[in-house]
Design a protein around this ligand. Structure first.
Ligand SMILES: Nc1ncnc2c1ncn2[C@@H]1O[C@H](COP(=O)(O)OP(=O)(O)O)[C@@H](O)[C@H]1O
Ligand SMILES: [Mg+2]
Length: 158
């Protein structure tokens, strides 16, 4: 795993980033962790991402139902939001989805995962609010994703 910092100026740039990463994950599925305060843009990122992989349904914040599964044109997207269950992640029986080799899984509030699951992510984005539109994103990712970002989204790297 390697680190990068990204600067996102507005919603349009967040959409570009999400689209780019969606192209990567549609070919090489895996698990994405999203962290950051309420309103940072975790669900917004997921919505842009979902659109790009062909999810027709409207992606909503799963805060109140914790988990939703969407069908894209090539893959399923599993969308978790652990905010409300926090320490009870074990009781939910989610692991079967995390293990899927074919699906893409996005987990909002991954910081509430038990430690033993922390190494599951291929990509971990921690989004920080700078002002209403600007975000800083700390990226922790496997090397191939870092390379992909360097090749395709150089403009966001600083
Ligand atoms: N650059 C940006 N990236 C993401 N969201 C942004 C950005 N600029 C403004 N926003 C707004 O911030 C809010 C983020 O909310 P949401 O995605 O629900 O956050 P979270 O899921 O992290 O709690 C949305 O209203 C979105 O339109
Ligand atoms: Mg959210």
């Amino acid at each position: 795993m390697q680190k990068l910092k990204l600067k996102i100026k507005n919603l349009v740039e967040m959409e570009e980033l999400a689209q780019s990463l969606a192209l990567y994950f549609n070919e090489q599925p895996g698990i994405i962790f999203l962290d950051g305060d309420l309103g940072a843009g975790k669900t917004t990122f997921t919505q842009f991402f979902a659109k790009e992989i062909g999810v027709q349904e409207v992606v909503t914040s799963p805060t109140f139902n914790i988990f939703k599964r969407y069908q894209g044109s090539k893959r399923y997207l599993n969308h978790f939001d652990l905010y409300r269950i926090k320490d009870n992640v074990y009781d939910q029986g989610f692991e079967e989805y995390w293990d899927s080799m074919e699906d893409i899984t996005i987990i909002e509030w991954s910081k509430y995962l038990p430690n033993e699951f922390k190494s599951l992510a291929n990509l971990h984005l921690t989004i920080k609010i700078i002002d209403e539109d600007k975000r800083e994103i700390a990226v922790l990712a496997k090397n191939s994703i870092i390379l992909f970002l360097e090749e395709n989204n150089d403009e966001f790297i600083y």
